[in-house]
Write a protein that binds this ligand. Sequence first.
Ligand code: C2E
Ligand code: CA
Ligand code: CA
Ligand code: CA
Length: 278
Amino acid sequence: AKQAGRNALRFFDPRMQQAVQERLRLEDEIRRGLTAGEFVIHFQPQIERHRGLVGAEVLVRWQHPQRGLLTPFHFIGPAERAGLIEALDFVVLTQACEQLATWAKQPSRAALTLAVNLSASLLYQADFVDRVLALLKRTGANPRLLKLEITESLLLDDMEEAVVRMRTLKQHGIRFSIDDFGTGYSSMAYLQRLPLDQLKIDQSFVRQLVEDASSQTIIRATCALASGLKLEVIAEGVETEEQRTLLIANGCDMFQGYLFSRPVPLEAFEALELEPVT
Ligand code: C2E
Ligand code: CA
Ligand code: CA
Ligand code: CA
């Protein structure tokens, strides 16, 4: 009884009420930021061993008027809880398509691909396919240069509808990558059911690559699996030369990570000169 009493007291703790108020304020702020166009995209290069720079992953940032540039850590969770993540993702997707259309007119950049992170909840929206197709049409972006990254952990039950939507988008040329590969569960079943084009090896495996032989084994097996299924494979979170060398030795020829560049604004991305590795 004493225990329950203490918990009850804690429930009415003014600090807790303050936390709730802060959360509501942040949600209002996100709503305001969306309307004010404060969410911008940064680009992190993706490098293919023999070709050099092939594209970028698009990562959202919040250019907050008072708090400065915020990373997703500060707002993705709250946006999800507030039901604003779909709107946010669509803002990001729109900016990515507009960028692809701009690059299409620049010979040196016309082949660059962009990978956009997609909340699984978007794939559960009935009009998602129509909205994406309308966006492609309006911007003139080449769907073949657009890759959508989804995480297996978010594609839970009742995924038939999502799979149908993915297939339709794929028929229009859009490609799909499975993000953070290896960190979810039932990966093999997903590989069979989802119309994928790329596996993205999670950075946790890359981080342990040098010290831990089992990470090497996992990466080698993932690359063999990808190759057998005719899927592209990319490693994220590549920070050292040593990691890159071991990735190549284990069958992975595409990389993304601080070794090449942090996510950067457009101007900095366009100034990068990233050549083939070997
Ligand atoms: P993610 O999709 O797994 O993206 C990779 C994260 O790792 C990015 O963090 C990136 O900056 C960071 N990273 C890249 N290279 C390295 C490296 O070499 N070392 C280390 N330690 N980290 C590296 P960021 O930009 O803070 O994004 C965090 C997460 O937020 C993303 O993880 C993604 O899940 C989510 N996110 C980002 N943009 C969007 C978006 O537009 N929509 C949605 N729904 N989620 C997004
Ligand atoms: Ca990602
Ligand atoms: Ca990832
Ligand atoms: Ca991640």
